[in-house]
Design a protein around this ligand. Structure first.
Ligand code: 26V
Length: 818
């Protein structure tokens, strides 16, 4: 076990400050102190980090175009067990650790759920002690910073790198690799008659790896997240100098080449639902896939692992379809570099790849145009075309109708369907919650499930409880340890032991006090940043997640308008309700106009309600700017109500639902995604459910029969809030109101907001009623915490290890079908 000694730590710190900055500690600013502290910690872990890289039983490589890490200092100190000593040591040097923690940048290299899940998985892989590493992109600009100007979202670039660097990273120039774009593929025959594939006249881009240590919880396991930066090849790459395609290229061409290379890792695409088919995005996908695959093969060659041994030695995980090119890239290396036959290469590749699907929204499915693929990545195109042709032959050989062959083909109508490629080439395909997996099997991917049912499995998502409970809610975490001991930290199933305190009023009161303290802290933050005073005794009702029509922030805000009318209508403007604070946090994709209109609506409603004295502070509405990991850590521990109100079937899993539950919030939800499993854990009496069932939604979608207009005409209070969107009732809301009105009424309310809103309102009333009975509320809260253990990502990762990565492929897959 790594240990730390305060005296030596202080000496090390002082020395490092001098070495890096030739200055004393007193002269340093917080950023410099942070940098020195990170260097000291990296020094301390260097031996374990080196050791973890040595070849273990089997290594997992998790490819993801996003890793939404969040700040690392607190979590690293927690996992190392160094926090107290470092805090004390720094204090003696006149430094407050909390100030340094606040100075750390929050790398926002992801959009939302998918990227955050990848980060939780890294944490859990290290903490359960497997050799599991991430491959991704080192975007110069992460997800934009959100500002509100006149109540609308404005995007500001996220310049997260301080002077071009990140304190936790180590650049490894000797591990740089070359990624080849465009050019021509030629076949050449050597003297022995072997055909060799040669890629000519390509554009070379250098991928420079930056390593971030991923520290396991008190177990000496340190894995690596390797993210790649694109650069123009340096002269070290021999012939591949600046003047790539031809040595006599002009200065202008050289500059063009530099722009071409730099652009690739410049920015994260800020979209997480709408597939746009942009060329640069495809360049990004191939960039990190090719670098990662080459890196893996370099490692394997160094350890003298033969290609045939790969399925026993490595597992490659494809996180959504963005890294799908792992499949043809592995084929390329095995065919063109290792000289294997197609059948041998295919056999190995399909025993190594596994794939997770994260959404059933059809607009998010990646389909690349064949023409773009052919032009940009000619060798990838050839290999995909060969996979497709063999697969289509196989399907026809089974006598399937052309309709069915068409649906299942990888290439069709000039497009390459990346999900189909992943399913055909992976030995495992999983969804991220039970309901989602069922929908994949029975609806979205039914043809494939009928064909190879043994490939399909569920892995319900989870969250890193070390970050989302222990480090973000220390008071609650300490109470839990005081009550049931500390075994739950390593195995969260032990949280169940809390149930025996369900009738213990003392414990329940302490739980309430902790929640109250967290609410006071959040209220302070909100007052400081937004100037809005909120009442910590009010119900904190929170919806924080990306803004998307299917997540139905709109239903939440229409309900607030409804309450507002109720207050104004009531006698003496007094209605019998517990005071509420509605808290929102959400970024909209910059090009998603309806989502931006909804942001504006929420902000305008907030102004209206918060500034109307007749409301007498019964309701407050706060939209916290720039929601992200660091803010989530402040907001979630302070929530009483967790809003998980997506249109049933649309939210694959959700993970904030789990974070809220673990922190004692009660869930207001549709039976969508992992909400179903939260319900299985706590029982429907310990949450607030409402809304259409999955079957009802599927039936509406299949057979029609839904009319938003009919609902609007038959329900006066509903019509009133819908009319508010366009009749000037909400000051400052302009054309955005019409846009939302049209989505609801003219375009028939795709996400059934008007269909579910009455039931939602009733569920909200149940909340108000139960909250009055503090004892009952606290009991429910305790039951939620006690049953949240299953949602630790340690559980999820152990399932991936057992059922997928270490088990390898099913014998049915071993006799690969094509
Ligand atoms: C999709 C796309 C589509 C094309 C444009 C760029 C882009 C970028 C990211 C994505 C991924 C969207 C899928 C996603 O984030 N799904 C979320 O995954 C979470 C983790 O499994 C899950 O909890 C959420 O329910 C699901 O929406």
């Amino acid at each position: 076990m790594l240990t730390i000694n305060k005296k030596r730590f202080k000496e090390h710190f002082r020395r490092k400050m001098h070495n890096l900055y030739t200055q004393s500690i007193e002269e340093a600013n917080n950023e410099e102190i942070l940098n020195v502290l990170c260097c000291v910690i990296k020094d301390m872990i260097s031996r374990d980090w080196e050791g973890s890289r040595l070849y273990q039983e089997k290594a997992v490589f998790y490819f993801s175009i996003e890793f939404l890490l969040g700040r690392q200092l607190k979590s690293n100190l927690l996992n190392l067990g160094f926090e107290d000593t470092v805090r004390q040591g720094l204090k003696e040097l006149g430094i407050d650790l909390d100030d340094i923690m606040e100075a750390e940048p929050d790398p926002a290299l992801g959009n939302g759920g998918l990227g955050r899940l990848a980060a939780c998985f890294l944490d859990s892989m290290a903490s359960v002690g497997i050799s599991g590493h991430g491959y991704g992109i080192r975007y110069k600009y992460g997800l934009f910073e959100q500002k509100f100007v006149n109540n609308s979202q404005v995007e500001v670039p996220d310049n997260w790198l301080i002077n071009g660097a990140y304190p936790w990273e180590t650049v490894r120039p000797n591990r740089a690799v070359l990624v080849k774009y465009e050019g021509n593929i030629e076949m050449e025959e050597d003297e022995e008659g072997n055909v060799r594939v040669i890629h000519k006249d390509y554009i070379p881009v250098m991928a420079m790896p930056y390593d971030i240590p991923i520290i396991g919880y008190r177990n000496e396991c340190i894995n690596t997240l390797r993210i790649w930066k694109s650069e123009v090849p340096s002269r070290d790459f021999g012939k591949l100098s600046l003047y790539a395609r031809n040595e006599s290229a002009s200065y202008e061409e050289a500059l063009k080449h530099k722009y071409y290379a730099d652009e690739i890792s410049q920015t994260l695409y800020p979209n997480d639902s709408n597939y746009a088919g942009k060329l640069l995005r495809l360049k990004q996908e191939y960039f990190f896939v090719s670098s990662g695959m080459q890196d893996i093969f370099r490692k394997c060659r160094r350890y003298k692992i033969k290609p045939q041994e790969l399925p026993d030695k490595i597992a490659i995980h494809i996180n959504d379809t963005h890294p799908a090119l792992c499949i043809p890239e592995m084929m390329r290396i095995l065919l063109d570099e290792e000289g294997l036959s197609w059948d041998e290469a295919w056999d190995i590749t399909t025993k190594v790849m596994s794939y997770t699907n994260h959404t059933i929204l059809s607009e998010a499915l990646e389909r690349w145009s064949e023409d773009i693929m052919k032009e940009l990545l000619p060798r990838m195109y050839m290999i995909i075309a060969e996979i497709n042709s063999r697969y289509v032959d196989y399907l026809r050989g089974k006598g399937y109708s052309e309709e069915k062959v068409k649906r299942m083909a990888i290439m069709y109508d000039g497009e390459i369907r990346m999900a189909n490629l992943c399913i055909v080439a992976s030995y495992s395909v999983n969804g991220v919650a039970k309901l989602h997996t069922k929908l994949l099997e029975e609806e979205v991917l039914k043809d494939f499930y009928d064909e190879e049912p043994y490939k399909f499995n569920n892995k319900t998502n989870g969250i890193a409880h070390r970050r989302w409970l222990i480090s973000s809610n220390p008071e609650l975490s300490n109470l839990i340890t005081e009550l049931i001991g500390n075994k739950w930290i390593k195995d969260t199933r032990n949280l169940k032991k809390l149930e025996k305190f369900v009738d213990d009023e003392k414990v329940l009161n302490r739980l309430e006090k902790i929640k109250f303290n967290n609410k006071v802290k959040l209220a302070k933050y909100i007052e400081e940043t937004k100037g809005i005073k909120i009442n910590p005794n009010s119900i904190f009702d929170v919806q924080v997640k990306r803004l998307h029509a299917y997540k139905r922030q709109l239903m939440n805000v229409l309900h607030i308008l409804y309450l507002y009318h109720e207050i104004l209508d009531s006698e003496d403007m007094e209605i019998d309700m517990e005071p509420r604070t509605f808290i929102f946090g959400a970024k909209a994709a910059p090009g998603y106009y309806l989502a931006k209109c909804i942001i504006k609506l929420i902000n305008c409603v907030a102004d209206l309600v918060n500034n109307d004295p007749r409301v007498k502070d019964k309701i407050k509405v706060v939209f916290i700017e720039n929601y992200g990991v660091s803010l989530a850590e402040k907001i979630i521990p302070a929530a009483n109500v967790s809003e998980q109100i997506s249109t049933t079937t649309k939210e694959a899993s959700g993970t904030s639902n789990m974070k809220f539950m673990m922190n004692g919030a009660l869930t207001l939800a549709t039976l969508d995604g992992a909400n179903v499993e939260i319900c299985e854990q706590v029982g429907k009496e310990n949450m607030f459910l409402f809304g259409l069932s999955a079957k009802q939604v599927l039936d509406y979608n299949k057979y029609g029969g839904y009319s938003a207009k009919d609902l609007y005409h038959s329900n006066k209070s509903l019509a009133r809030v819908v009319d508010d969107l366009v009749n000037g009732f909400i000051p400052g809301l302009g054309k955005e109101g019409r846009e939302i009105y049209d989505a609801l009424i003219t375009y028939n309310d795709e996400y059934f907001v008007l269909r579910d809103i009455d039931e939602y309102e009733e569920a909200q009333q149940r909340i108000s009623k139960i909250y009055k009975d503090k004892l009952k509320w606290n009991k429910m809260s305790l039951i939620n915490i006690a049953n949240s253990g299953i949602f630790s990502s340690d559980r999820t990762i152990n399932e991936y290890i057992e059922d997928i990565w270490f088990r390898g492929c099913d014998e049915n897959v071993q006799n690969n079908i094509i």
